[in-house]
Design a binder for this molecule. Structure first.
Ligand SMILES: [Zn+2]
Length: 725
């Protein structure tokens, strides 16, 4: 698929639990809308020509909010003309005049879209929001216009069929096979009648998805816990109580309001002392979208599962997951299901041990009740305190942000890959908190630009992510311009930014994505950097997290911000031990959600409309995950990831990536740990290669074997005692 279409499909690198609402769904939901005239787009627009700044960095000093929309519209129009010319070319199709030409198309659109999505995600304002609302549906239509162009596809198919006799290099061959598969995947091979049918199903899916989002939002709002009795909230901190008062004021009700988060478990359940309050909040959460009435989502999800199965059948697959996983590392739902089945015993056995510890605390306090899901967090917290006694206030002075960055994140990357960093204050930024670094390769050559935007702002999406402003491509002569965004608390002016260990891990994580983008050394933009399968993309980032606790790195950055003293050994050991806490519960709830997702999306087209509650219980029982004290992280009726934000048949990917990263780290441990030789080998064989080879093969070649789940279980502390190496 042409680089731009793929980019739209891919979206940002999301974290577990993070939702985007701006994501554009695959395959058209509407007719091509009329585009506004491009009369106001010309050389004065900063996107008109490639940036003349180093690395073609976005000229944020010149870009005005009003520049985006005309550039986006002109960019789409230009790409459609370019694609039209490729499809209508009277010359016989060649790799150059079709695939390479497609790769070269859409450069203006890419240039503006990358910056636009970057800025709207991290620094939104009402004007940009308006542009986003208008343009987002047009991106989907733009993509359809390319992917469902039958003349274009005919040319691609001709080359695809001759590909082995064309003397193509490996990356070019991969491009042909990858693009062809993406087009087929989107329905390019269907007859006109089937295309029309697919379009109808897509439209219904899009309508249902929107309706699901709207209902769930309302249902979640309605299910907030409301009380005028302060005693019911015993255990809450003063700040948190103030927040509950604030929420009540916003809703114009008396007393206190505790709104629901998207997950099954709610953060306040970890502190609320009154058991009946906990139970009510939990039940509100669990039943939020199943209360009958206008905001019940069950009918919608049953129909969504059914129509997705029909869509898959139309496209020639036995179920939706089979269609969705074809271009993933797992390849088949059977492989993903087998992988999850293997995780279940280790996860649930450990969860049972954790439950026993918790029950012991309850009994020790003469609680007189059996552990229920709404008791887990508050008693687990007591177990944690007894076992680890970790105090954030004690830890944070050792994690000053800039020190962590320079002496931790950069330091590890320098040891592993030889790269160095120099801050550039002359490159314009979109917001004053943003910092820019030039990254140099081991031989001193410029490698990339890297931006970081670490502090929380009201106009920034939640969570943390990586994306690019400029995608690496040898064909287009582009070096990577990559950015990391996070939401760390901003210190008062003149004060140091002291961050939690969780934040430290986030920095390493996002920088792992950044390395994947910065090391990219591919010819074609479509195959470059982090544009890889969903069950692969979190591998480089999660892998990079391991260096945060690697002794030679940890000791280098974990120093007191005032005295420079290293963190006391006992404290450091506690941090590392605490990483293994509650892992039985947390893996079980994720596997349960991932199983639900996969069970819904492996229904055949012939299956009748399901009753969600019965289906859910059956699905969990079947997989040995129907456990009274560990509910799934999301219940089917409020599982937004799979019904509305693009993770359908994809939730397992977080766990799959984890298997890859832990197996990779074990390989390092077995081969001398953190060394340049090991780093360079990973860079050369994986991190620089984007999507230029089938990813499972690329990975296994590097590892020397297929990955297994043991390193992952070991990392989470889930191997039975005595078997951990
Ligand atoms: Zn990530």
């Amino acid at each position: 698929m042409s680089n731009i279409s793929l980019r739209i499909l891919k979206g940002k690198l999301l974290h577990m639990g993070t939702l985007i609402t701006t994501g554009v769904m695959a395959l058209g939901s509407s007719n091509m809308p009329a585009l506004a005239g491009n009369g106001d787009f010309g050389p004065s627009n900063p996107f008109y020509a490639p940036s003349t700044l180093p690395f073609q960095a976005p000229p944020f000093d010149k870009i005005k909010d009003s520049d985006y929309q005309p550039a986006i519209e002109a960019g789409m129009a230009q790409q459609r003309e370019e694609v039209r010319a490729i499809a209508d070319n009277p010359a016989p199709p060649t790799f150059e005049n079709t695939f390479v030409a497609l790769e070269k198309s859409g450069q203006l659109f890419n240039r503006v879209l990358q910056v636009f999505t970057g800025v709207t995600g991290a620094n939104l304002n009402p004007e940009l929001q308006k542009v986003q609302d208008i343009e987002a549906p047009r991106f989907a239509a733009h993509q359809d216009a390319i992917v469902l162009d039958s003349k274009l596809f005919q040319r691609m198919a001709t080359i695809y069929n001759e590909r082995h006799s064309l003397n193509l290099d490996a990356e070019s061959l991969r491009l042909v096979e990858y693009d062809y598969q993406q087009f087929v995947h989107a329905g390019a091979k269907l007859s006109d009648a089937d295309k029309a049918e697919l379009k109808k199903l897509n439209e219904e899916e899009s309508t249902l998805t929107n309706s699901f989002t709207t209902k769930l939002l309302a249902a979640t709002k309605d299910a907030a816990f409301v009380t005028t009795d302060k005693n019911a909230l015993a255990g809450m901190s003063a700040t948190r109580l103030e927040g509950a008062v604030q929420s009540a004021k916003e809703r114009k009700v008396d007393g206190y309001v505790i709104p629901l988060q998207n997950t099954t478990q709610q953060p306040d359940l970890g502190v609320l002392a009154v058991r009946s309050t906990r139970q009510t909040i939990f039940e509100n959460s669990w039943n939020r979208a199943e209360r009958g009435g206008a905001n019940d989502t069950r009918e919608i999800i049953a129909r969504l599962a059914q129509l997705r199965a029909r869509k898959a059948k139309l496209l020639g697959y036995s179920n939706y997951a089979a269609w969705k996983l074809e271009d993933q590392v797992a390849k088949t739902p059977e492989a993903a299901l087998k992988f999850m089945d293997e995780l279940v015993p280790g996860a649930t056995t450990k969860a049972a041990v954790e439950a026993k510890d918790i029950q012991a605390v309850i009994d020790g306090q003469k609680g007189g009740f059996q552990l229920q899901p709404w008791d887990w967090d508050i008693y687990a917290e007591q177990v944690r305190k007894a076992k680890y006694d970790l105090d954030e206030a004690q830890i944070k002075p050792y994690f000053e942000l800039n020190n962590v960055l320079q002496n931790g994140v950069f330091y590890a990357a320098n040891l592993l890959y030889g790269i160095t960093f120099k801050e550039r204050t002359d490159i314009p930024v979109y917001q004053p908190d943003v910092r820019v670094f030039e990254v140099f390769d081991a031989d001193g050559k410029p490698l990339a630009l890297w931006y970081c935007d670490y502090f929380k702002r009201d106009n920034k999406n939640g969570g943390a992510w990586m994306d690019v402003f400029v995608n690496q491509s040898k064909l287009l002569g582009q070096l990577p311009v990559v950015f990391n965004v996070a939401n760390f608390s901003k210190p008062a002016p003149g004060q140091p930014a002291l961050i939690s260990f969780r934040d430290v891990t986030t920095m390493f994580h996002e920088f792992g994505h950044a390395l994947h983008g910065m090391f990219s050394n591919t010819t074609y933009p479509t195959l470059s950097g982090t544009q890889v399968a969903r069950d692969f993309v979190e591998f480089p980032s999660q892998f990079n997290e391991h260096w945060a606790t690697y002794p030679a790195v940890f000791d280098h950055y974990a120093k007191h911000y005032q005295t420079g003293a290293p963190m006391p050994a006992e404290l450091a050991a506690k941090i590392k031990r605490a990483e293994k806490f509650n892992q039985g519960y947390s893996l079980t709830e994720i596997v349960a959600a991932a199983e639900l997702d996969m069970q819904w999306h492996t229904l055949p087209a012939s299956a009748p409309l399901q009753k969600p509650d019965e289906f859910e219980v059956q699905a969990l029982k079947k997989t040995h995950l129907w456990i009274s004290y560990v509910p799934p992280r999301y219940r089917s009726s409020y599982f937004s990831h799979i019904w509305s934000t693009g993770y359908a048949a994809g939730y397992y990917a977080y766990l799959w990536s984890e298997m890859l990263d832990d197996a990779a780290y074990q390989w390092f441990e077995e081969h001398g740990g953190l060394t340049r030789a090991n780093g360079d080998r990973l860079r050369q064989m994986v991190l620089s290669r984007g999507n230029t080879e089938e990813l499972g093969k690329m990975y296994a070649t590097w590892l020397g074997k297929e990955p297994t789940i043991e390193p992952m279980l070991k990392d989470r502390g889930l191997l039975p005692e005595g078997t951990a190496k």
